[in-house]
Design a protein around this ligand. Structure first.
Ligand code: MG
Length: 279
C-alpha cells in the first residue's frame, strides 16, 4: 500500500485553512462574487470600486458573424423591403411630393436619382450605426460626381459616401469625411462594386434654448479602419459654407442622401446608446 504523502506547502495551507475556519466560527463566510460594499467611491461616479449595488450590464447576443445585427439592434434594412423608410425631396431636388422609394435589388437597394433622400421612420439620438454600401461600377464621373451619397445622421450631419477609389477630390469631401469639415484620417475605400462597411458611433448635440451646450461628435470606422475618433461636428452639412447649429429634437431620423448616383445599400442597423448603468 502506498503511503499518503502531503507536501510541506500543502500541509501549511491546510493548517492555515483550519485556523481561519476556527477564527471565523459562527460568522457566515462572506461572498464577494457580486462585489463589495466597503470599497472607496470612484472619483466622478456615484459607485464604489466593485460596487455590489452597481447594475450588471444586460446581455446582448452578438450577430452570428461580424456585421450581423446584435440581438438588441433596430434593423432598418435586412435585404427585403423598405418598410422602415420614406423618401423626402429637398429644395435642391425640386421639392414637392415624396417620390417613389429607392430601387430594390437582390438583398440591397439603390438610389434612383431624383427620388429624394431616404429617411428612416424611426428617430435616434446617441447611437451606433452599421451601414454597408457599394459605389457603382463601372465608375462614372469624377470628384464629387462619382458614387456620391451620404449618411445623414439626424438628417443633417453627413458622413460622406463617395467612390474614393482612385478618385481625387477635396479632402473634406472624400469617403468617410465629415462632409465639409473633417477629412478622414486615411482613405480606406475599396474599389467600386465591392461592399464597404461603416460603423459609426454618434453622440447627438445638446441644446439649451437656442444655445448649443454640447456639440455632436462621431467616431467612424470604415472597413475596420478608424477615420474619426470622437470628433466634434461643427454644424449641419453644407457645401462651400459653414452652417451653424440650429436646435432640433433629441432624436431625429437617419437619412441616406440621394445625390443622383446609383449607390447601393444593405444591412443597416442601429443601436441606441443609453450609456453606463442602464441594464
Ligand atoms: Mg454626399
Amino acid at each position: 500500500m502506498r503511503k499518503l504523502v502531503i507536501p510541506v506547502c500543502a500541509a501549511a495551507a491546510v493548517a492555515a485553512a483550519v485556523m481561519m475556519a476556527q477564527s471565523n466560527k459562527g460568522k457566515p463566510a462572506e461572498n464577494h462574487d457580486l462585489g463589495y460594499s466597503d470599497t472607496p467611491v470612484l472619483p466622478g461616479q456615484k459607485w464604489k470600486v466593485h460596487d455590489v449595488e452597481r447594475p450588471r450590464p444586460r446581455i446582448v447576443t452578438p450577430g452570428a458573424k461580424p456585421g450581423d445585427p446584435p440581438s438588441d439592434a433596430i434593423v432598418l434594412f435586412d435585404g427585403k423591403d423598405l418598410s422602415k423608410w420614406h423618401t423626402r425631396k429637398k429644395a435642391r431636388q425640386g421639392g414637392g411630393e415624396a417620390a417613389p422609394l429607392w430601387r430594390m435589388g437582390n438583398g440591397y437597394f439603390e438610389t434612383v436619382g431624383s427620388s429624394g433622400d431616404l429617411v428612416s421612420n424611426a428617430k435616434f439620438g446617441d447611437a451606433q450605426f452599421h451601414i454597408e454600401w457599394s459605389a457603382p461600377t463601372p465608375p462614372k464621373g469624377k470628384s464629387q460626381l462619382r458614387g456620391n451619397s451620404g449618411i445623414l445622421i439626424m438628417e443633417r450631419y453627413e458622413i460622406q459616401v463617395l467612390d474614393s477609389w482612385e478618385n481625387p477630390t477635396y479632402a473634406d469631401g472624400q469617403a468617410g469625411s465629415i462632409y465639409g469639415q473633417w477629412p478622414p484620417f486615411v482613405n480606406a475605400t475599396r474599389p467600386p462594386g465591392e461592399w464597404q462597411v461603416y460603423d459609426i458611433i454618434f453622440e447627438a448635440p445638446k441644446f439649451e434654448g437656442t444655445r448649443v451646450v454640447k456639440m455632436a461628435n462621431a467616431t467612424v470606422i470604415h472597413n475596420g479602419v478608424v477615420l474619426h475618433h470622437k470628433q466634434d461636428i461643427i454644424g449641419p452639412m453644407a457645401h462651400r459654407i459653414v452652417r451653424k447649429y440650429e436646435p432640433h429634437g433629441a432624436e431625429e431620423s437617419l437619412a441616406l442622401q440621394d445625390h443622383g448616383d446609383p449607390v447601393r445599400y444593405r444591412n443597416i442597423w442601429v443601436r441606441p446608446l443609453r450609456g453606463y448603468d442602464n441594464p
